[in-house]
Design a protein around this ligand. Sequence first.
Ligand SMILES: Cc1cc2nc3c(=O)[nH]c(=O)nc-3n(C[C@H](O)[C@H](O)[C@H](O)COP(=O)(O)OP(=O)(O)OC[C@H]3O[C@@H](n4cnc5c(N)ncnc54)[C@H](O)[C@@H]3O)c2cc1C
Length: 288
Amino acid sequence: MRGPPILPDDLSLRDLLLWVERRRIAARRRLTARRVAPVARPAASEPRPAAAAPTGAAPGTVLTLDAPTPDLRRFTVAKPSGFSYAPGQSVRLELEGTRRRYTMVSAPHEPALEFLVELVPGGRMSARLRGLRPGAAIGIAGDPKGGIALDTGAKRHLMLATVTGVNPFVSILRDAVRRGRTDLRVVLVHGASYADEFGYNEELSALAAAHPGLLTYIPTVSRPDEPRNAGWRGARGRADALIEAVIARHSLAPADTTAYACGNTGMVETAAARLGGLGYRVRTETYD
Ligand SMILES: Cc1cc2nc3c(=O)[nH]c(=O)nc-3n(C[C@H](O)[C@H](O)[C@H](O)COP(=O)(O)OP(=O)(O)OC[C@H]3O[C@@H](n4cnc5c(N)ncnc54)[C@H](O)[C@@H]3O)c2cc1C
């Protein structure tokens, strides 16, 4: 506990004002030092500047961290040398003895690994990640694997995600931009309860504006009437509820379109059943 301020004796009014100002500046510095270091977000998206790993940071060191909402953590981690992965793959992270699998949001060319994690109530890893700070060490346990891979044989791609289920799609899109693959046609429907849960809204909207032929980004909120969504002007409803309308509007025929669904099991299973029934090839990954 900090003690009461000690006021020097025999102060003139000017000295008193200077003394108060010095204490105010010192208090502000202490407050700033306690805050979590924010991630610098890019203003535009083409190509997205990768998070720079500071020279000499040990592999697994948390470089940047921010909290888009109280239950989301976005952080970058220094990449071990020789660590390679395909866009959309996941890796097991280890923190204080707990291991869980997370998808890299970053594309393989980026110098740091980026993650976006939703903290779940009562979750072991969630509790550990809630206290994560820049400079902490995270274990990278084993090789990246699995994940949602882009179907290189398809011309069009219909991607459906809930909240952090967008992660593999961001990685795939960053990689596509890096490779100049603007011939791809991606329609990405991103569902969340609340508009502040679209962790990459700014980046994806900017990418869609810069390359309308490459990406159509449709964030949609399932609870549009709640106060937290006040001012939301975008799509409404669950991601899977928009499937038929999106297919019709963007002329996505099963013959040249591959569909993908990633995130919570309810959405993924509903979407896979509906899209499979319509004749689409569907690639899925569930997080819960
Ligand atoms: C291939 C793969 C990739 C993944 N990538 C990501 C990612 O990029 N970002 C991300 O946030 N998560 C991702 N996950 C989920 C992640 O691995 C953990 O399951 C999640 O972080 C919860 O771990 P926990 O230890 O906090 O919860 P646990 O202690 O394992 O579980 C606590 C309770 O929460 C429930 N639960 C577990 N996960 C969820 C969830 N996602 N939503 C709601 N309830 C849940 C459990 O059923 C259980 O009842 C991925 C999972 C897989 C299999």
